[in-house]
Write a protein that binds this ligand. Sequence first.
Ligand SMILES: NC(=O)c1ccc[n+]([C@@H]2O[C@H](COP(=O)([O-])OP(=O)(O)OC[C@H]3O[C@@H](n4cnc5c(N)ncnc54)[C@H](O)[C@@H]3O)[C@@H](O)[C@H]2O)c1
Length: 428
Amino acid sequence: MIGTGYVGLVSGTCFADLGNKVYCVDKDKSKINKLKNAISPIYEPGLEDLIRNNLRAKRLIFTNDLKKAIQDSKIIFICVGTPTKKGSNIVDLSQVYSVTKSISKYIKNYKIIVTKSTVPVTTGDQIEKIISKRVKKSLFEIVSNPEFLREGEAIRDFKYPDRIVIGSNNKKIFKKMELLYEPLIKKGAKFFCSSRKGAELIKYASNAFLATKITYINEIANLCEAADISVEDISVGMGSDARIGSRFLRAGPAYGGSCFPKDTKGLVSIAEKFKSNLSIVKSVIKSNQNRKILLTKRVSKIMNNRIKNKKVAVLGVTFKANTDDMRESSSLVLIPYLLKRGAKVSYHDPSGPKKEFDNKKNLNFVSSVNKACIGVDLIIINTEWDEFKSIDFKKVVKKSNFKIYDMRNLYNPKELKKRNIKYYSVGR
Ligand SMILES: NC(=O)c1ccc[n+]([C@@H]2O[C@H](COP(=O)([O-])OP(=O)(O)OC[C@H]3O[C@@H](n4cnc5c(N)ncnc54)[C@H](O)[C@@H]3O)[C@@H](O)[C@H]2O)c1
């Protein structure tokens, strides 16, 4: 596994747990040093135990030595980042191509090279071209195997995937990849084979569809607020239709994270390259950007435009619960907005303090919900960690005139009204 981030580390560890010998390579020395001591550089439930067990069993090897890892492996997975190029929708493939060049230097015998990174259509062709410059075609095969795991549920998602997608232009590869994934297929995962370009597109089309579903219910939530309807009724009423499904149909903040924002943009840019106009995905991107601003402005409305010197607690700052990933989190818009308007903000996140918020005036990380909420004027629930789901607000705030803005609809508005708590949520 080249690249030991959320995808490479989880996949590598899980492949080792299935009995394979796995090298996890990263250019980041501090990451590898931590991992050698069974310390996970990321927060992912259950991951550290799995790393420890497989290190002990000597099936999992963490190293910066790319050459040895490549020469000793039959299958090489590229798992490096594919962010968006600044100021555009274009996917930055520099990490992928840099790894590709290194691989081409070290191949001495037959290798299957698999892109697990999310890459635009035809990236496999480019990788093949780069490696062909140094290596005979008979010595390698380029395969696409996009990853669908979700942060926070990554181990379960890897071990019990809905489907495993393999894209190759050589049918013989499917059998070899099926053998690798056999333990998961036996447990019920669908093994789906397509062309290499097809597999590359399946990943983008899936992520853009899920982002569309979230954005759709978020816009319906805006309508519900205006028309005094509960969006939760709509989610249940719609989601019970098997054709629609209930997942990714809960209103909340704008979608964030390391995948949906960049993959929706990436898909638009891929389509442009093929002179195809994805107007729906373009609207989704715009609507989601607007939502960050819309919900932030709602804070001002809730506070009657008096934010200066108000004490605010923000519960959860990552893009969702059960991860430490801050990429594209709505808190990166919300917290600066509050600070700019003179609020004094305490934040608590179960995954710890965030470097993005280091050394900011009037902003403090605190180690518990109770510490964050004491004496505040406003509590903003930004993510849905379990520990935010049953707070006795009056007990922790210790004063009466405070407000709650629950962006995840974790509480029952009627219950809080009964207790004379001013409570605002999303789409209801
Ligand atoms: N994060 C997710 O939930 C998720 C889910 C599915 C797919 N993906 C895709 O998987 C890919 C990786 O995502 P991620 O979130 O794991 O990224 P990440 O940024 O967490 O990890 C990438 C790792 O690659 C390493 N790296 C970069 N260049 C390298 C090189 N030349 N040699 C060795 N290591 C190198 C980096 O140091 C980093 O540790 C992306 O394409 C992403 O879109 C991510």
